[in-house]
Ligand binder design. Structure first.
Ligand SMILES: NC(=O)c1ccc[n+]([C@@H]2O[C@H](COP(=O)([O-])OP(=O)(O)OC[C@H]3O[C@@H](n4cnc5c(N)ncnc54)[C@H](OP(=O)(O)O)[C@@H]3O)[C@@H](O)[C@H]2O)c1
Length: 295
């Protein structure tokens, strides 16, 4: 039985691939990059394919029984996801696991939320056994904000102060792995959240305490955030993320009743806490300081 992981070289997918390899599952990882195809971790097979290229998808799904699909942020994410669903169905895939996003219907103005609605619908109507995992904002997004925390004592992810039930990427990877390997998750959708509610001010305080310095929230100014972000990502993505952060700031993005129980159910344990993540990541930053990086 072979499992295809699409998005398996990315933040979450690489966790899934590592978990599957550790459990001795047969894994194929699709990458759009010819450079990465021969550098897959321990025993995983690589295949070059692109979610925009139906022919390459037919090849990638050939001989596959189970699939984990993660669609990257893109302007044609819906088309890419629908291509994956059609190719999986055509190849006779028996279990299809998709990573969507938490509270999908609640931020329809943000394209990367809206783009996943038709993908989820197509999966549910495909006739394939499926599981959908809907994670909240990743703890690991804070790696993007490491430099301002360390250099200026500023926490710059504009999540606001209403509250966001963020979650650890390793827990998302485990949830996707369990959905692939374990029985009993077919036909189910799991919201994936952390055990606590993060606010921007509390997050800044946690980083400050762990680093032994003052860290303050940069504030809710999304124009200022966008002006900095556009140096690292395309304008369409800045605009998309601004809509998401505006909603976080005005309405919050918390777990609804039952979401933490769904998380525990698919994980078989409690999810990792944000405090533990901060302790872990700041220790790494402090050890890097010893190697010459300023903290
Ligand atoms: N960040 C968050 O807080 C958060 C929260 C909830 C949900 N999400 C969702 O998470 C998803 C992104 O997951 P991630 O952060 O793990 O991804 P990521 O690190 O950005 O990696 C993207 C992956 O997609 C692959 N990829 C990109 N374009 C492709 C294409 N045209 N054809 C085939 N593969 C392609 C890349 O592979 P190659 O480069 O090797 O081709 C890579 O493996 C998005 O849908 C986002 O909405 C994010």
């Amino acid at each position: 039985m072979k499992t295809l992981v699409i998005g398996g070289t990315g933040t979450v997918g690489s966790q899934v691939v590592a978990n599957l390899v550790a459990k001795k599952a047969k894994v194929r990882v699709m990458t759009s990059s010819a450079d990465k195809v021969n550098a897959m971790p321990g025993g995983a097979e690589g295949v070059v394919g692109n979610l925009t290229d139906k022919g390459s998808l037919a090849g990638a799904f050939n001989g596959i029984e189970r699939a984990c699909v993660i669609t990257a942020l893109s302007e044609n994410e819906t088309e890419q996801g629908l291509n994956a669903v059609a190719a999986a169905k055509g190849a006779g895939v028996r279990r299809f696991v998709y990573m969507s996003i938490h509270r999908l219907e609640d931020i329809p103005e943000a394209p990367h939320f809206a783009s996943k609605v038709p993908i989820e619908k197509a999966i549910r109507e495909s006739g394939m056994a499926y599981t959908i995992i809907r994670p909240n904002n990743f703890y690991q997004n804070d790696y993007w904000f490491q430099q301002p925390i360390l250099e200026y004592g500023v926490y710059a992810q504009p999540i606001g102060n209403k509250g966001v039930s963020r979650v650890d990427v390793r827990d998302i990877g485990e949830a996707l792995t369990n959905a692939l390997l374990d029985d009993g998750h077919e036909g189910k959708t799991y919201n994936l959240v952390g055990p606590g509610v993060c606010t921007a001010d509390k997050t800044a305080q946690l980083y400050g305490k762990a680093l032994g310095k003052d860290v303050v929230y940069a504030g809710d100014d999304l124009e200022q955030w966008g002006a900095a972000a556009v140096k690292m990502m395309p304008q369409w993505l800045v605009d998309d993320l601004k809509l998401m952060y505006r909603s976080f700031q005005t309405k919050g993005f918390e777990a609804k009743p039952g979401h933490l129980e769904e998380t525990v159910n698919i994980l078989g344990k409690n999810p990792r806490s944000f405090n533990a993540f901060v302790d872990e990541v700041t220790s790494q930053w402090k050890s890097a300081k010893k190697g010459g990086v300023k903290v």
